[in-house]
Design a protein around this ligand. Structure first.
Ligand SMILES: *Cc1c(COP(=O)(O)O)cnc(C)c1O
Length: 363
């Protein structure tokens, strides 16, 4: 099969074995055999973030990553309480939009998209507002590649008795995460990113005791409610509604490959690929807009070159025709594009990319 190198922020490049794992005999997902695959996947997901199965549960959903943002925001805010968003980018803004859509009482604590949130301001809001039951932020703001200080934000949330939700969609299974020491109560991801499987399965990993408590919270969505999905799987060993059957086979294979590669080796592979991106950009005199110290190491946001000849679409098309996908930026005030290293790619793939990218610029 033709191998495309996806430098977009997910879906990511997958291995042939993961692609082929989807081609299986037809099966009704209500069979016990299939329920067991989902139970094993849930168990493996806990392992990835080093979560104690006595304390945490993984709850599977059918949909893309945004579905889990929706689930966490709509399911974990008790009646009459508020959710505080620590927002320095497009993905936290998306979570704010979800809160708005559900008519939740929320505080959108906004920070510039090219820097870290000011923790003193977060502490200040938590001090002033008494009704905040949930604090939400994004681990890596995928639009810029900024890595947020979740451990510190989580500590502030916990000091005020609030539940801490982190969108880890673009870090989980890439950057090593220890759920408990990072102060995470709930995190989430989707199969097409860190674990290098297919789009269609997403998951919330969170504290079982809090999920149980949320049984008494308002049910704001029928399809996307955390407690209902958790409870149905616990009682029946099945998702409530039809799961993405073939995607789940790809996830089973991808998890096998994840554990075979190993957490640290995989992270080193991503870092080596990103080091090659930094080097390639520097050689071309292209500027990254986020300081290295606050980057995740998974996404580079690159300023458009200051020349009237620059044309992102033409460069994209040139690279795309040769098997490399680059991606537009997500910063309102300046033109940027992104180079990401989420998938089953190596430093050598990035070297090959820069050879093509240079030709594209010359053309
Ligand atoms: C990719 C991503 C999502 C989910 O996006 P979908 O297009 O719904 O899969 C959510 N949060 C972050 C931080 C992401 O990078």
């Amino acid at each position: 099969m033709k191998r495309n190198i996806l430098l977009n922020p997910g879906p990511a490049t997958t291995t042939d074995t993961v692609k082929q794992a989807q081609v299986v005999p037809d099966i009704c997902p209500r069979e016990q055999e299939f329920g067991q695959i989902m139970a094993d996947i849930s168990h493996d997901l806990l392992k990835i973030v080093h979560a104690d199965p006595k304390e945490y549960s993984a709850v599977l959903f059918c949909g893309s990553g945004t579905l889990c943002m929706d689930v966490c925001v709509n399911s974990l805010v008790p009646q009459g309480k508020k959710i505080l968003f620590v927002n320095n980018g497009a993905y936290s803004s998306r979570a704010v939009d979800i809160a708005k859509a559900y008519g939740l009482d929320y505080i959108d604590l906004n920070f510039p998209v090219d820097g870290l949130p000011d923790l003193a301001k977060v502490a200040d809001v938590l001090e002033r507002e008494s009704d905040i039951a949930v604090v939400y932020t994004t681990h890596q703001e995928t639009g810029t590649g900024i890595l947020n200080p979740i451990r510190e934000i989580g500590a502030l949330a916990h000091n005020h008795g609030a539940v801490f939700i982190v969108d880890t969609t673009s870090t989980l299974a890439m950057l090593p995460i220890d759920i408990e020491s990072e102060n995470i109560d709930f995190c989430m991801a989707s199969a097409q990113k860190g674990i290098q499987a297919m789009t269609g399965l997403s998951y919330v990993i969170g504290r079982t005791a809090i999920i149980e408590e949320s049984r008494d919270y308002p049910v704001r969505s029928y399809y996307c409610n955390l407690y209902l999905q958790y409870d149905y799987f616990r009682k029946n060993g099945q998702m409530h509604f039809t799961p993405p059957v073939q995607t789940i086979y790809s996830v089973q294979q991808a998890l096998k490959e994840y554990f075979a590669e190993g957490e640290q080796v995989k992270w080193q592979r991503h870092q080596a690929a990103m080091a090659e991106i930094h080097k390639g950009l520097q050689e071309l005199g292209l500027r990254e807009v986020i300081p290295l110290e606050i980057q995740s190491g998974l996404v580079a946001a690159v300023a458009y070159p200051d020349t009237p000849q620059w044309d992102f679409d033409r460069v994209h098309d040139y690279c795309y025709e040769r098997g490399f996908t680059i991606y537009p930026g997500k910063m309102q005030n300046q033109g940027t594009f992104r180079l990401c290293v989420l998938g089953a790619i190596t430093a050598d793939d990035i070297k090959a990319f820069f050879a093509v990218f240079q030709q594209a610029l010359r053309a």
